[in-house]
Design a binder for this molecule. Structure first.
Ligand code: FAD
Length: 452
């Protein structure tokens, strides 16, 4: 049910100085994200549209817009870069898409901590922070277009999670400045655990204006690919690099055959049929890394220094995480993907077991990282040769029967995804406090029916 047109017209009349986007094609584009990776979400969400899009430039514009939406009871769906995979930024019930990309100032960086407005692109944050010797602790492979607010509202982590775990690990997000959705909006600073109650809630329980995050030392990152002819050896190598405390690293990505064959723009560096490990390590750690390569029967087939990466504007990060899926989908549109978290300590055994059970149909792509508790482990963004929804459910069931957690990327509600069916009462309390009319992204938090 879309908001009454008269309410939308009222917004345009009351706030004529705001940067409104009403062209139907642009509204349609800004109402969508990357949920088309899932054939199921693609079908469910393709026709969802905002009634209008607005791109505020400062806090006063956001406050006036939000106040008017609360008075007229118009749904508000916040959008960063629109790179989410589960329809997080897609408005289910029309209303306003609040595009935060114009609210993007970098505020400051101090040793180990930085702060910016939510609409800043992650690449811009890092460009601003690096001269002080620091960078973001983890970046999704979409760092060029994704925003800090979007990573906080809909993301998990990415390159760098191998050191710092997911964004949700305590200490990675230190505080947020958030606005209530009320006729007279209030602004509140939340710190630590309280701030995390808004993390990965798809913008349903607060509009985040600023985010303060822990930073990591910015090293010169060498990028390398090590290729193997054995699945097990490549996997063991990836695990060994991850576990080696003296190798300073940012990314270890394991791609089982035939996934490397889909990365056609790297074909010169990926022997046909190989298993590959994509790596970012500090340049000073290269010699130690190279000691591990022959010991595992691998060979270095790609090597770029940080300066070469910068000059070429091509980074291996954009072949890892869900960019692996994107690159493969360009070659084979029948593919889709899953997301799973393996059990630390049993992760290699589980990866091998799932390869044994489903290899050929489910293509293994594992991202090494630290868990919330700090253990080294891996999660997977497996490619799936999609046949039917029923078969996808069977594959999920096989994973779960083998003790592997699946975070289903084919559902758009909070409950259906990582939350595992339950929303914590503190999260709902936050919703009551920041969005008492239930206007934020209605339909995504099932525990809170629209208009309640
Ligand atoms: C090819 C590809 C690769 C990816 N790789 C990764 C990866 O490595 N790691 C990872 O974690 N994710 C990954 N993703 C998912 C996504 O890119 C990231 O999570 C990204 O950080 C989302 O940022 P965004 O600005 O595009 O958010 P959007 O998609 O615009 O928004 C995401 C959610 O956050 C909410 N939101 C946005 N801004 C605010 C705000 N200011 N206040 C409150 N809520 C807000 C939105 O309402 C929405 O629910 C990938 C996606 C693709 C398509």
């Amino acid at each position: 049910m879309n908001a009454p047109v008269s309410a939308i017209e009222q917004l345009h009349l009351e706030l004529p100085d705001l940067d409104w986007i009403t062209d139907p094609n642009r509204v349609a584009r800004l109402s969508q994200d990357f949920s088309w990776f899932s054939p199921i979400l693609k079908r469910q969400l393709a026709d969802k549209r905002a009634d209008t899009v607005v791109r505020p430039r400062n806090e006063d514009e956001i406050r006036r817009l939000v106040g008017a939406c609360a008075r007229h009871r118009v749904p508000v769906t916040v959008r960063g870069g629109g790179t989410g995979n589960y329809g997080q930024a897609i408005p289910l019930q029309g209303g306003v898409v609040l595009d935060m990309s114009g609210y993007n100032a970098f505020l400051w960086a101090r040793p180990g901590v930085g702060r910016a407005q939510a609409g800043i692109r992650l690449a811009d944050f890092d460009r601003e922070a690096r001269p002080s010797g620091w960078e973001l602790r983890c970046i999704p492979s979409t760092f060029r277009s994704a925003t800090l607010g979007g990573l906080f509202g809909g993301g998990f982590g990415g390159a760098g999670s191998i050191n710092y775990g997911p964004l949700a690990a305590p200490g990675n997000v230190l505080g947020v400045r958030a606005m209530t959705i009320e006729p007279e909006p209030r602004i509140v600073e939340l710190r630590g655990a309280e701030a995390l109650l808004m993390h990965h809630r798809y913008g349903t329980n607060g509009l985040v204006l600023e985010i303060e995050v822990g930073l990591a030392p910015a090293h010169s990152w060498l990028e390398a690919i090590v290729s193997f002819d054995s699945f097990d050896r490549a996997l063991a190598f990836a695990d060994a690099v991850t576990a080696a405390p003296g190798i300073v690293k940012k990314e270890v990505c394991f791609l089982a055959s035939p996934i490397p064959d889909y990365l056609t723009s790297l074909a010169d560096h990926l022997p046909s049929g190989c298993h590959a490990v994509l790596l970012l390590v500090a340049e000073f750690s290269e010699s130690t890394l190279l000691e591990l390569v022959p010991a595992h029967g691998g060979s270095v087939t790609y090597r770029k220094t940080a300066a070469e990466v910068q000059a070429s504007n091509r980074t291996l990060v954009e072949y890892t995480w869900n960019h692996t899926t994107l690159n493969a989908l360009k070659i084979d549109k029948s593919l889709t993907y899953l997301q799973s978290a393996f059990t630390p300590g049993r992760h290699l055994e589980q990866v091998r077991q799932m390869e044994k059970l489903l290899g050929g149909e489910v293509l293994m792509h594992a991202e090494f990282q630290r868990s919330m508790a700090g253990e080294t482990t891996c999660s997977a963004l497996q490619l799936v040769r999609y046949t039917s929804e029923e078969r996808l459910d069977e594959i999920i069931a096989i994973y779960r029967a083998n003790g592997v957690r699946i975070n289903n990327p084919h559902v758009y509600t909070l409950e259906g995804g990582k939350a595992g069916g339950v929303i914590a009462p503190e999260v709902i309390d936050m919703k009551k406090r920041f969005d008492p009319q239930g206007l934020l992204n209605p339909g995504k938090m099932q525990a809170w029916p629209a208009g309640a």
